[in-house]
Write a protein that binds this ligand. Structure first.
Ligand code: ZN
Length: 249
């Protein structure tokens, strides 16, 4: 029996299959993360060609071949191509980091609609972001993603001695929860009380309101370091985009 369906999706990643076909990793609204084949999408004149580039927000019509257990794309409608992300290196690396985090940590379909909406909305704000503000959108995406994945560090208590932490939080390598200054040992990143207040305030807000809040440059740089350390701990793997995007992200 044939099976057809349609869903909203964002292209996470594309790869060549044979000479002219394009394999896609898609984050979908209804089906979690799936792989699907776009026949002939590398041909110059294919109407799927630009629609299947990374971060395009599309509606895909799918046919499921039960014998090969494989999705094929039969049609695509464009919802948003996010062309500013495509044309800007900082934006492109930022979106690539999010896509890599999703692909490395997300297998099944749990909370798929919430994650889809977070990713699509963050892409929308990133697409129209003023230069210099990409970093804040990325912090918001990554912390909200960690929360959706079940990692929400308690930002006021030492996870080792359970004492209240009044000032700086320390994150030793490999830990998802903060330590106080008495419990730290070895290499760790630190989060100022300003950066902690920023997170505690903004993560309660809708994304649009959170993006209006700014943080001092020094705290922002330290926050980025902690966030990158935590997401790599969460996915249990170094992230290629952080390595190749050093100096850009
Ligand atoms: Zn402690």
């Amino acid at each position: 029996m044939f099976r057809t369906s349609s869903t909203q999706a964002v292209v996470l990643h594309r790869y060549r299959v044979g000479e002219i076909h394009k394999g896609l990793s898609l984050l979908t609204l209804d089906m979690g993360m799936i792989r699907a084949l776009a026949h002939g999408a590398y041909k110059m004149r294919s109407r799927f060609r630009t629609l299947t580039e990374p971060f395009s927000n599309i509606k895909v019509y799918l046919y499921h071949d039960p014998v090969k257990d494989q999705y094929k794309i039969t049609d695509i409608e464009s919802l948003s191509l996010f062309t500013c992300i495509q044309g800007n290196m900082v934006k492109f690396f930022t979106a690539s980091l999010w896509a890599e985090v999703i692909m490395k940590s997300y297998g099944g379909g749990e909370s798929s609609a919430e994650l889809f909406n977070l990713f699509r909305n963050a892409l929308k704000y990133l697409d129209s972001a003023a230069p210099g503000s990409e970093h804040f959108i990325s912090q918001q995406f990554l912390w909200r993603f960690m929360a959706l994945s079940g990692f929400s560090p308690e930002l006021s208590v030492c996870s080792n001695c359970h004492a209240e932490i009044a000032n700086t939080l320390f994150f030793p390598d490999g830990e998802m929860e903060p330590f106080c200054n008495k419990c730290i040992k070895g290499k760790c990143s630190s989060l100022s009380s300003g950066a902690r207040r920023y997170l505690q305030t903004t993560l309660q807000l809708p994304l649009s309101a959170a993006l209006k809040v700014r943080l001092m440059a020094e705290s922002a740089i330290a926050l980025k370091q902690v966030t990158f350390q935590l997401v790599q701990t969460m996915v249990e793997s170094p992230l290629n985009t952080i390595k190749s995007g050093m100096g850009i992200l």
